[in-house]
Design a binder for this molecule. Structure first.
Ligand SMILES: [Ca+2]
Ligand SMILES: [Ca+2]
Length: 511
């Protein structure tokens, strides 16, 4: 009996000692992770965040998101590791979305004042967060004073700022985006490829070109870091079939080169990302002296499909092919702009039918592949929304953010980890990508390289744990590898064999 009691005491002591040791090691590891993160805090994650301003955060209780609301959430974005913000249009406009501007030099009263704007720029820059604005050059609102003047009569000086039909025009032509291209006012018919409320500007008119350069410089002088250029290919691509006329694309690129050159005179490092909603072969020419980036619409679809199907493909080879082409046309000077969805597309979580595991894998793929990543507000908490457009732009539910903040395995905390990984391992943020085939049907794998540092990234897309042996190839020496970043406990690398729990991501590098 006494022996048994003694045994029990010794056993209990051993259990306490063992668990304190485990706890201590765990705490030590957490502290090391915190120190590692603290040291990397001011690095650039190369992740931007798209804010639909009216829906993001309302600072004054009128139910409309505003600039002071963004200021109030800068620390939230900084904590996530975001290094830049793209704001949808903030100018006066009759619509809720703002893509039909009536004054390019002012702030919409719903969003605040010019002082609020200047404060936002200052507060963002203080946190190493860049700000880019949305600039709509293809068209204005039909209520813009320029158009009000232009429509007043054929001899008005602003008449030629827009595009008017003559006797030779086929006024029944279909616009490049579908729908009617030509619309009537009492003095004639004008081009409006996005509808009658948005008359197309005539960029052949040198006064219009000069005006948009003046507008962009005005905001650069206020401190913005660059622009997202709306409908960039539609400046000249107006009608159905224009995309088959090479001279149309050439005129687009020539205009945007002129625009860039004029902006560089006041801000040599201006960042320009164009909305060229098309294949990489169409985006390529814009990267030759016009834009730094084009949004990679094609990749977005592929990443969502990968996560959804749980079937691995050689995504690295597909990305590499595009990047080799972009490097060739841009002289090596391009930044791929990657994303999962934006304000014009069904939200990722809806495309993934509410599957949080798939949403986590789509994020992990996006944030470990090359490029400047653009997250659409709410993606990090799994907001849902399918068209019509209003449903893609609903108010950010901040109570849900608070809930996920306190849940270690939430989608929000997953996003935070991944964005911050790009600071811890700059090859994830700035490196090139190469294939590393394992032949495993559920595991996507690739190499990222930056300044001589090579990382091996592995994603288990499936709901089953997977084990696989890693081979030495493509300048990867398997026996020298160690796990440097892991999205889940249980990721191990022992004797050439890596263990990946369901829906997990591991980053390995040479010890
Ligand atoms: Ca408000
Ligand atoms: Ca146009």
């Amino acid at each position: 009996m006494r022996k048994l009691r003694l045994f029990a005491i010794v056993f209990a002591a051993a259990v306490i000692l063992f668990s304190s040791a485990v706890l201590w090691i765990g705490m030590r590891q957490q502290q090391l992770d915190r120190e590692r993160m603290e040291a990397a805090r001011d690095r650039d994650s190369n992740v931007f965040y798209e804010i639909f301003v009216r829906a993001f955060h309302d600072s004054d209780g009128d139910g409309k998101g505003d600039l002071n609301g963004i200021v109030a959430k800068l620390d939230y974005l900084r904590e996530m590791g975001v290094s830049g913000i793209w704001m949808t249009p903030i100018h006066p406009s009759p619509s809720y979305h703002g893509y039909d501007v009536t004054d390019y030099y002012a702030i919409h009263p719903d969003f605040g004042t010019m002082e609020d704007f200047e404060r936002l720029i200052g507060e963002a820059h203080r946190r190493n967060i860049k700000i880019i604005m949305d600039l709509v050059v293809n068209h204005t609102s039909n209520r813009h004073p320029w158009f009000v003047e232009a429509r007043s009569g054929a001899d008005n000086p602003k008449r030629d700022w827009y595009i008017w039909a003559d006797e030779a025009t086929n006024v029944n032509a279909t616009s490049a985006i579908g729908g009617k291209a030509w619309h009537s006012v009492s003095t004639g018919r004008y081009l409006g490829i996005f509808g009658e409320g948005m008359p197309d500007l005539n960029l052949d008119n040198p006064e219009v070109r000069a005006e948009f350069i003046r507008i962009a410089r005005f905001w650069l002088e206020k401190g913005v870091d660059g622009f997202r250029l709306d409908a960039a290919k539609h400046v000249y691509e107006d009608l159905q079939g224009d995309n088959r006329r090479p001279e149309v694309a050439e005129k687009n690129v020539a205009w945007w080169r002129e625009f860039r050159a004029a902006l560089e005179e006041v801000k040599p490092d201006v960042y320009l990302v164009g909305e060229v909603w098309d294949a990489p072969s169409v985006i390529g020419p814009y990267l030759d002296g016009a834009f730094d980036s084009g949004f990679n619409f094609e990749l977005a679809g592929k990443l969502i499909q990968l996560a959804k199907s749980e079937r691995a493909t050689d995504i690295a080879a597909a990305v590499r092919r595009i990047h080799d082409y972009y490097a060739e046309v841009s002289g090596g000077r391009f930044i791929d702009a990657t994303f999962l969805s934006n304000h014009d597309q069904n939200r990722v979580m809806s495309q993934l039918e509410g599957n949080v595991d798939h949403a986590k894998m789509a994020a992990a793929l996006l944030l470990t592949l090359p490029g400047r990543v653009f997250l659409y507000y709410g993606e990090e908490i799994g907001m849902e929304g399918v068209k019509p457009d209003e449903n893609l732009r609903r108010p950010m539910p901040w109570d849900e953010v608070d809930r996920q903040h306190n849940e270690p395995d939430s989608l929000l905390n997953h996003y935070r980890r991944l964005v911050n990984w790009r600071k811890l391992e700059p090859a994830l943020a700035f490196g090139t990508v190469e294939s590393y085939a394992t032949g495993h049907r559920s595991v996507v794998s690739y190499i990222r390289e930056h300044e001589g540092e090579r990382l091996l990234v592995l994603h288990n897309l499936s709901g089953e744990p997977q084990q696989l042996a890693l081979e030495s190839k493509a300048d990867i020496e398997a026996e020298k590898l160690a796990v440097t970043l892991a999205s889940a406990p249980g990721i191990k690398f022992e004797r050439d064999e890596v263990s990946l729990p369901a829906y997990s991501t591991a980053v390995l590098k040479a010890k």
